[in-house]
Ligand binder design. Structure first.
Ligand SMILES: C[S@@+](CC[C@H](N)C(=O)[O-])C[C@H]1O[C@@H](n2cnc3c(N)ncnc32)[C@H](O)[C@@H]1O
Length: 203
């Protein structure tokens, strides 16, 4: 019987190598500060090629998941020799972990492409321990009068081509997924588009 190759789920995976370096020059500086309070058992959702991994503090154990075989295989080439890192093929919307499994959850530039972000955030809330910390870097829709509508205008094109939604209201989505607004702290890193978000997971 003919073997079929599973469909690659991240359309940018094949060309990611081309823009990874220039992208890293722009966003790399935000990684270490994002991760400095990570502790204990860490889940990284959408680990990609593993660009956050060198920036974690010592002593953490990282479980990185991604639904892209290509992205994950690059991460495995770089980091699977480390006993403190496990890399698994998994969908953020269907995390195969028990409730309250992780002290820290980390996500960077992933929820623009998760198909149903409310489901993904509900899963993160479920697997993160009570009082655990969730650290996110995400680009979101701007609230500025020209930029916001421009992002709405171009979103169908960008989402259609790359499965990357440039007009998501991620802070509202977090509340829809059950995170109380008082537990969410957000800071603008670039305009009001790139945000660093920190959440305390209280039930
Ligand atoms: C722009 S890359 C970011 C990779 C990495 N987090 C970083 O900061 O370099 C987005 C990653 O999210 C992954 N991703 C998107 N939706 C996902 C989902 N539903 N489940 C798991 N991974 C997902 C993609 O496969 C891709 O590797």
């Amino acid at each position: 019987m003919k073997k079929t190759t599973p469909k690659e789920k991240y359309p940018l995976a094949s060309v990611y190598g081309l823009f990874e370096r220039p992208l890293e020059r722009l966003i790399g500086k935000w990684r270490k500060p994002l991760l400095e309070k990570a502790h204990g058992e860490v889940l990284e959702v959408g680990v990609g090629t593993g660009s956050n991994i060198p920036h974690y503090p010592d002593g953490v154990h990282i479980t990185g998941i991604d639904f892209s075989r290509k992205m994950l295989s690059k991460a495995k080439k770089r980091f699977s020799h480390l006993s403190s890192v496990d890399l698994l093929l998994m969908d953020a919307e269907k995390l195969e972990f028990a409730d309250d499994s992780f002290d820290t959850v980390v996500v960077s530039f992933v929820f623009c492409s998760v198909e149903n972000p409310v489901n993904g955030f509900r899963e993160i809330k479920r697997v993160c321990k009570d009082n655990g910390r969730i650290f996110l870097l995400e680009h979101v829709r701007s609230k500025k009068p020209v930029l916001g509508p421009l992002m709405d205008f171009f979103n169908p094109l960008v989402a259609g081509l790359f499965k990357d939604h440039i007009n998501r209201n991620t802070l509202t989505t977090l509340e829809k997924a059950g995170f109380h607004p008082d537990t969410i702290r957000s800071e603008n890193l670039w305009l009001d588009v790139v945000k660093r978000i920190e959440i305390v997971n209280v039930s």
